[in-house]
Design a protein around this ligand. Structure first.
Ligand code: NAI
Length: 328
């Protein structure tokens, strides 16, 4: 039998953690024949709750689950990690300024980056889910100088999946027929879901939709503000769909994109599409053999240019702010 893959999940006792861990253990992160060993990282006050979740994982008798350990410090939490899902973060609370939020999260992602640098396995792959995800990934990567920057990614797959869902509802096409969709920029309200390069059953999606007003006034804001709409409806933030997207992101990274298609991932920019080098921004990305690459050479029209630039400007401002705070 295969050696288990060490998977570290931070924020394991949280909402997303609860929706995520059972599906990791049932093979939805890496595949149906890959055994996993779970390392749950929490803050000391939440260790007991994580223990409760671990009890339920034991009670599920997952054949692929090779073991569970719970940790209250990053050094042990990331020891030997092959895959790390950084879910735990400091949420914005009433009266909190953006600077405070960035600073509080810097206090989490800096030591986690350092621990990954010192203790994770050589093949470590990191997905940052905790918000502000792109900038948290930037901070973690900055403190892991021995790990290639390409191993630190941020989640925009939920936005990607939300866009697929809305396009399917609008056109009546099955989700499986929609390809080449892109989320550009930041995982925030400025993100740009791009249908102009997307295809529905092989035809240009914007042409199939044939309704520019819907794209601009309904589709884009619906996708960008979906998180708030879920909170409004459910009374809690999206957790199951976020967990699902985290699984999709890592599964695609490890197992590859389909021929001719791509996905959306927050990855370190190489300067493509005028996105300043080093920013963690969402791009159209293909994956193969566990490596991602940005799809280059797409034609960007004026409308898309303006949207991408606006979101990237926000990412630059976040980077400047964390630089000023001494976090990178
Ligand atoms: P939650 O508040 O239910 O759980 C967060 C957990 O993280 C808590 O159990 C907390 O104790 C833990 N935590 C805090 N600091 C930690 C640290 N230093 N080390 C380890 N664990 C720590 O929140 P929920 O709903 O699970 O969401 C988690 C994060 O995911 C939030 O930042 C949320 O904004 C973000 N999110 C991101 C999405 C995306 O698309 N990128 C989508 C949905 C949520």
């Amino acid at each position: 039998s295969r050696t288990p893959v060490n998977v570290t999940v931070t924020g394991a006792a949280g909402q997303i953690g609860y929706a995520l861990l059972f599906r990791i253990a049932s093979g939805h992160l890496l595949g149906p024949d890959v055994p996993v060993k779970l390392n749950l990282l929490e803050i000391p006050q939440a260790v007991k709750a994580a223990e409760g979740t671990a009890m339920e994982l034991v009670d599920s008798a997952f054949p692929l689950l090779a073991g569970i350990d719970i940790h209250d410090n990053p050094k042990d939490g990331f020891n030997g990690a092959n895959v790390a899902l950084l879910v735990g973060a400091r949420p914005r609370t009433a009266g909190m300024e953006r600077g405070d939020l960035l600073e509080a999260n810097g206090g989490i992602f800096k030591p986690q980056g350092e621990a990954i640098n010192a203790h994770a396995a050589d093949d470590i792959k990191v997905l940052v889910v905790g918000n502000p995800a792109n900038t948290n990934a930037l901070i973690a990567a900055a403190h892991a100088p021995d790990v290639p920057k390409s191993r630190f990614t941020a989640m925009t797959r939920l936005d990607h999946n939300r866009a697929l869902g809305q396009l399917a509802l609008k056109t009546g096409a099955p989700v499986a027929d929609i390809t080449n969709l892109t989320i550009w920029g930041n995982h925030s309200a400025t993100q740009y879901p791009d249908v102009f390069h997307a295809k529905i059953a092989g035809k240009n999606a914007a042409e199939v939709v044939n309704d520019q007003e819907w794209i601009e006034k309904t589709f884009i804001p619906t996708v960008a503000k979906r998180g708030a709409a879920i909170i409004e409806a459910r009374g809690f933030s999206s957790a199951a769909s976020a967990a699902n997207a985290a699984l999709d992101h890592m599964y695609t990274w490890v197992n590859g994109t389909a021929e001719g298609d791509w996905t959306s991932m927050g990855v370190v920019s190489n300067g493509a599409y005028g996105v300043a080098e080093g920013l963690v921004s969402s791009f159209p990305v293909t994956t193969k053999g566990g490596e991602w690459s940005i799809v280059e050479g797409l034609e960007i029209d004026e409308f898309s240019r303006g949207r991408i630039d606006a979101s990237v400007k926000e990412l630059s401002e976040e980077r400047d702010a964390v630089k000023q705070l001494g976090l990178i």
